[in-house]
Design a protein around this ligand. Structure first.
Ligand SMILES: Nc1nc2c(ncn2[C@@H]2O[C@H](COP(=O)(O)OP(=O)(O)OP(=O)(O)O)[C@@H](O)[C@H]2O)c(=O)[nH]1
Length: 300
């Protein structure tokens, strides 16, 4: 028997917890069971009480105080502690049946996804051995980033980095779509849903737009200067954009967490990625031999 789950990841403030809440609501409305696991040791105020909460094992605030660590060091410490005490997570998950969708709400520190091998180890435990969870990553990036291209490409690269590191199916999501209202911004966004290498050829490639579409040059000229400094940076930017384009690795789904249809559509993509529905269908007898055995048993 397999289990099914999704790891909700992305930078701080991308809307991960809001999306988890919206998914739980959607699943409940559709009478589907779900199991909510909070793995953010700094998270507070849950709309739905987690079934497993890492804070009952270890709390970021205590770690920072007792170990004199900053938020990033403290988070790494918390995850190393979790890896040393994996029973805390794996024991209750053993009881979860295949009709559940297990939702893992992850922390926002991007270092966890890109810099240290902690998540791959955790994912291996969840997806192999006795748990055998069929899992995909749901990687959220704020849609307003699209209007600030260097930020968007940096975000896309961190999504790619997480994809390479975790080696599991990814559903990449542009969150907070309700904040993109203006038609210019919407048109811009449409081009970015499928990343397009030519975007970095635009004259205003480094223009930062507000969510309403009004353009302004980057408020920090030094930062812009850095990005634009010389031909080599331009070539590097184009090479990165081309890499994303040619490998067709990163495309985004659009999410408005307030709109149930939008949430439902993303849940469908997640279901496809983890092959949830295939496992729920009634099993057919495997071959003629099985059928004959059943028929002869019925004759008796
Ligand atoms: N307008 C709008 N705001 C949103 C949406 N989703 C989340 N937010 C807001 O964005 C902020 C961050 O949302 P969270 O869901 O806490 O984001 P997170 O990624 O879990 O944040 P961290 O746990 O800090 O990494 C909150 O103020 C939310 O209300 C959305 O779809 N639309």
């Amino acid at each position: 028997m397999s289990k099914f789950g999704t790891l909700v990841m992305g930078p701080a403030g991308a809307g991960k917890s809001t999306f988890c809440t919206a998914m739980i609501q959607h699943l409940q409305n559709n009478k589907r069971p779900c199991y909510y696991v909070n793995l953010d040791p700094a998270a507070e105020d849950f709309a739905y009480e987690p079934d497993i909460d890492i804070k009952e094992l270890i709390n970021l605030e205590d770690v920072m105080e007792e170990m004199s660590l900053g938020p990033n060091g403290g988070l790494i410490y918390c995850f190393e502690y979790l890896l040393d005490n994996l029973d805390f997570l794996t024991d209750p998950l053993q009881e979860v049946t295949e009709d559940y969708l297990i939702i893992f709400d992850m922390p926002g520190q991007i270092e966890l996804y890109t810099h240290v091998p902690i998540l791959p180890r955790l994912v291996q435990t969840l997806t192999r051995g006795s748990l055998n969870i069929s899992m995909c990553a749901a990687y959220l990036l704020e849609s307003t980033f699209v209007l600030d291209r260097p930020k968007f490409f940096a975000g896309t690269l961190s999504a790619m980095s997480a994809m390479l590191m975790l080696e599991m199916p990814h559903v990449n999501i542009l969150s907070k779509m309700d904040l993109v209202k203006d038609s210019v911004a919407k048109r811009d966004l449409k081009r970015f849903v499928q990343a397009d290498a030519n975007l970095l050829d635009d004259d205003d490639a480094y223009t930062v737009r507000n969510a309403d579409g009004a353009g302004k040059r980057d408020a920090n000229p030094a930062a812009t200067e850095n990005i634009m400094a010389g031909e080599s940076f331009n070539r590097l930017n184009k090479a990165v954009a081309q890499l994303i384009d040619e490998f067709s690795m990163v495309s985004f789904l659009k999410l408005n967490a307030q709109d149930e249809d939008s949430v439902g559509s993303i849940v469908s993509y997640i279901d496809d990625a983890i092959q949830y529905h295939e496992a729920q269908e009634p099993k057919e007898p495997k071959d003629d031999f099985d059928t004959e055995v059943i028929e002869s048993a019925m004759d008796r």
